[in-house]
Design a protein around this ligand. Structure first.
Ligand SMILES: O=[N+]([O-])c1ccc(O[C@@H]2O[C@@H](CO)[C@H](O)[C@H](S[C@@H]3O[C@H](CO)[C@@H](O)[C@H](O)[C@H]3O)[C@@H]2O)cc1
Length: 607
């Protein structure tokens, strides 16, 4: 065999397309299919990667080398897998993907940024770009080169369990927030051709616009369900952000579990091949969702042979299997050998995958860069997250009718009460997709709770009392100058978050009634979406929609105490009743409690 130097595909001086063509021409069918196969780390081993020529791995939600694993331990895992892939005949490096959807959220000690709904409330694309850049560094701190972000769903019904992963009900806001892509990947160069993949090197990561297309439009917000809308509606609401993503060089597009008018997206050749690849000229690679092709049939997996055929022929290039890779590989091999799937489809998929790997420099820098390990949870990133929290909070009420505004609160007071289930719970304030797939309760990682932040913010002479759910006597007799009450939703992810009533769990509402019935109070609502608030809206003096702020709770107190003013604007309509849903800005029956764009302001010392 040639030495490395003589292998054209290994020559970084050659144009990417020449390297792709040379390498593709050398590959066996097994090596090609291996590149199209993404497996979960839990079923991977160096031997499995070598034997099957696997081209990609992932961590599903919560899938970590060890609970609390350090950056070094992550890098060590990636290094072992990569060495195996590089030891194969052609030495094609693997790409490792993970859901870094609000920071590097699977990883202990990572900065956890506010979820997308909060970022939509900031109306600040430049901030989102900076978040992307910080996230890329923290992902690279673990040796990982690929993030399954941004989710550019346009959530049209807050009953959807993933609505907090959507920047807004307004596609224009979602389009603006695709700035996360150049943050993650780097800015595309001059004379860039829309649709080509782009990643600016080893401090950046490949991004993934998801979930193509119409994931946020399912009926009644039922996860993975059916988006019933005409073509004009699909193209005007759910598609625009994909055009922005392609113009910004997004390297991959993940296909949605949902259906469009009863037709599974994972089997939709017209939209994947005809529109995304044909009309929009997308040249990166498409990737299925987790068991996405299995779920083409009902029940899932009922006919995996058909699932493989339909998904690959629709134009999906990489399959997030993620576990039964032997079955996937043997069935796909059979389909090619029998002519059910033409080699040209396989070559198109592998061409796209190799194009991304060559473009991002993976052949030149396949291994983790240990010098980036200290980027994980870096204070500079936490400060950025704190800024994002400040800018995301939406002030819905500030003082009862006839009363003076309550906010900003004085830092100097004799004694204040902090109450509520979400006041001292880092897991609750981070929400789903944090450390565990479904999120968790308690001090799950490094961060600052709202209570921690209040204690740090107030004057040293101010006594801070915490009571999670105090009784009326306690509050009445406590001599408190005012109270801060933090309550809201418990963490959820995907289907587990689907809700038909959108109420917050007890004792949230009663905690508000009890505390605010006895002392002037500011309620901080932790939720992934608008929820039912009428039961306590009259009782509270002030009400702040804080969404899912993440680890940097000081962003909340920065605006509560007036160091900064409230500037956030609702990225979603706040309904009066769930019976109105779906109800979005522009609907004929639009009759909100608070409209899209609503947000009271206060003056802060800083601005
Ligand atoms: O054993 N069970 O009970 C069980 C239940 C549900 C499962 O379903 C699975 O659960 C999660 C387990 O990690 C997976 O993340 C996905 S979700 C999918 O994952 C991608 C990769 O993480 C993300 O980029 C996408 O944005 C997201 O839509 C799937 O729904 C799996 C197992």
């Amino acid at each position: 065999a040639y030495g490395d130097a003589q292998l054209p595909y290994k020559d970084p001086g050659l144009p990417v397309e020449d390297r792709v063509r040379d390498l593709l021409g050398r590959m066996t069918l097994a090596e090609k299919i291996g590149q199209m196969t993404q497996i979960e780390r839990l079923v991977a081993s160096p031997q499995v990667l070598k034997d099957n020529f696997i081209g990609s791995l992932l961590s599903g939600g919560g899938s970590v080398p060890r609970k609390g694993a350090t950056a070094a331990e992550w890098m060590s895992m990636i290094t072992d897998f990569q060495k195996a892939c590089l030891s194969t005949r052609l030495g094609i490096p693997m790409i490792y993907g993970i859901d870094a959807v609000h920071g590097h959220n699977n990883v202990y000690g990572a900065t956890i940024f506010p979820h997308n709904v909060a970022l939509g409330a900031t109306r600040d694309p430049e901030l989102v770009k900076r978040i992307g850049a910080a996230t890329a560094l923290e992902v690279r701190a673990t040796g990982i080169q690929y993030a399954f972000a941004p989710c550019i769903a346009v959530c049209r019904d807050p009953r959807w369990g993933r609505c907090y992963e959507s920047y807004s009900e307004d596609h224009r806001i979602v389009q603006a927030m695709t700035e996360l892509i150049p943050g993650l990947q780097g800015d595309v160069p001059q004379n860039f051709t829309s649709g080509m993949p782009y990643v600016a090197g080893k401090n950046k990561v490949a991004a993934c616009a998801k979930h193509f297309v119409g994931d946020g439009g399912t009926q009644n917000g039922i996860n993975e369900n059916n988006t019933i809308i005409d073509r004009q509606g699909l193209m005007s609401i759910h598609m625009p952000a994909y055009l922005d993503s392609l113009r910004k060089g997004v390297s991959t597009v993940m296909i949605s579990y949902s259906s469009w008018n009863g037709f599974k997206m994972h089997a939709n050749h017209d939209l994947i091949t005809g529109f995304l690849k044909g009309r929009l000229k997308f040249k990166g690679f498409t990737i299925s969702d987790w068991e996405g092709i299995d779920r083409i049939t009902s029940p899932a997996g009922a006919n995996y042979s058909y699932s493989v055929q339909a998904g690959i022929l629709a134009g999906i290039d990489m399959i997030m299997v993620p576990n039964n890779y032997q079955s996937f590989i043997s069935i796909l091999t059979g389909h090619v050998n029998s002519g059910v799937i033409p080699m040209s489809r396989i070559d198109d998929a592998v061409t796209r995958i190799l194009r991304v790997k060559f473009t991002m420099g993976l052949f030149e820098n396949p291994m983790p860069d240990a010098t980036l390990a200290d980027q994980l949870g870096k204070q500079e990133h936490r400060d950025l997250a704190r800024e994002a929290v400040r800018k995301s909070l939406v002030l819905l009420k500030n003082g009862k009718p006839g009363d003076a505004p309550l906010l900003p609160l004085p830092k100097k007071a004799a004694k204040i009460l902090v109450a509520g289930s979400h006041a001292d719970n880092l897991g609750y304030q981070c929400g789903g997709w944090t450390i565990e797939w479904q999120g968790d309760t308690g001090r799950i990682t490094v961060g600052t709770t709202i209570l921690d932040a209040v204690k740090a913010a107030v004057d040293p002479s101010t006594t801070v009392v915490f009571a999670e759910n105090p009784d009326a006597e306690f509050v009445k007799n406590g001599g408190f100058s005012y109270a801060i009450v933090a309550v809201g939703e418990h963490p959820y992810t995907e289907t587990k978050g689907d809700s038909m009533n959108l109420t917050i769990p007890d004792p949230g509402p009663s905690t508000i009634q009890t505390v605010c019935g006895a002392v002037r109070c500011a309620t901080v609502l932790i939720s992934g979406r608008p929820v039912v608030i009428q039961p306590f809206l009259g009782a509270t003096d002030a009400l702040v929609a804080a969404w899912l702020p993440g680890t940097e709770g000081q962003g909340v107190t920065d605006v509560l105490f007036g160091d900064y003013g409230f500037t956030g604007k609702l990225p979603r309509t706040w309904f009066k009743s769930v019976d109105q849903l779906p109800m979005n800005y522009g609907d004929a029956h639009y009759d909100p409690l608070f409209p899209l764009g609503f947000g009271l302001t206060t003056k802060g010392k800083a601005y």
